[in-house]
Design a protein around this ligand. Structure first.
Ligand code: ATP
Length: 205
C-alpha cells in the first residue's frame, strides 16, 4: 500500500486470464462501488481516439481500420507472434487508458473506486492505484473456464498466460488476495475488504 493517497482510495483489481476479475468486480458494483475496466476502455479508445488509430496504423505498417472498425484479428496476429510488437502496441494504448482512468477516478465520490486490469503490474497501472487486490485461481481451472466459454483454445490461453506475470509475483505486490476456485466463498471475503476500505477512508480523513 502506498504511504500517502488522496481520497477516494483507488483500488486496483488484477489476476490472471480467467481468474474471475470481472466476476469479483461485479460484487463491488452491486455494493455501489464504481468500477473502471481498463480492458474495456483500451478496446474503446482503439476505436475512438484518432491519434491512437494513426499511431497503431503507423506501427503496423498498414491500415488496421479498413472496414471503419479495428481489425482485431489482424492486430492479434501482429502482437501475439511478436513480443516486441506487443510491447510497442501497449506503450501506445496504455497512456491513453491511464489518462481516461485518472480523469474518471478524480470524479468518483464513493470511499473507494476500483480499476480492473488484467495486466495491472505489467502495464504500470499499479503505480496509479493506492491498493491492489489480486484474484487467484489455479491455472488448470482458469484454462477450463475460458475454453468452456469458447473464448479461446487451450493453446491460446497458454500463450496469454506466458505473456503475463505469475500469481506468486502478483500476490507479493498485493494488499488483498481473493481465492476464486469453484468452491471458495468469495462474497464474505469481498464484504470484509469493502468494510476495511470504508473504515480506512473514514479514519484517514
Ligand atoms: P479475463 O482475463 O478473460 O477477462 P476474468 O479474470 O475477468 O477473465 P471472468 O470473466 O470473471 O474472469 O470469469 C471467467 C469465467 O469463469 C466466466 O465464465 C465466469 O462465469 C467463470 N467464473 C468466475 N468465477 C467463477 C467461480 N468462482 N466458479 C466457477 N466459475 C467462475
Amino acid at each position: 500500500m502506498k504511504d500517502t493517497f488522496r481520497k477516494p482510495i483507488k483500488l486496483g483489481v488484477t489476476g490472471g486470464i480467467g481468474s474471475g476479475k470481472t466476476t469479483i468486480c461485479r460484487i463491488f458494483t452491486v455494493m455501489g462501488i464504481p468500477v473502471f475496466s481498463a480492458d474495456i476502455v483500451a478496446s474503446l479508445v482503439m476505436e475512438s481516439d484518432q491519434e491512437l488509430r494513426e499511431n497503431l496504423n503507423q506501427l503496423a505498417g498498414k491500415d488496421l481500420y479498413q472496414g471503419g472498425a479495428l481489425d482485431r484479428q489482424e492486430l492479434a496476429k501482429i502482437i501475439f507472434s511478436d513480443r516486441e510488437m506487443l510491447l510497442r502496441v501497449n506503450s501506445l494504448v496504455h497512456p491513453v487508458v491511464f489518462s481516461h482512468y485518472l480523469e474518471w477516478a478524480g470524479r468518483q465520490e464513493t470511499p473507494y473506486s476500483v480499476m480492473e486490469a488484467a495486466i495491472l503490474f505489467e502495464s504500470g497501472a499499479s503505480e496509479l492505484v493506492d491498493m491492489i487486490l489480486t484474484v487467484v485461481t489455479p491455472v488448470q481451472e482458469r484454462i477450463g473456464r475460458i475454453v468452456k466459454g469458447k473464448k479461446l483454445t487451450e493453446e491460446q490461453v497458454m500463450e496469454r498466460i506466458k505473456n503475463q506475470i505469475d500469481d506468486e509475483s502478483r500476490i507479493k505486490r498485493s494488499d488483498f488476495v481473493v481465492y476464486n476456485s469453484e468452491n471458495d466463498m468469495v462474497i464474505p471475503v469481498i464484504l470484509e475488504i469493502h468494510e476495511k476500505l470504508v473504515k480506512l477512508y473514514n479514519s484517514t480523513f
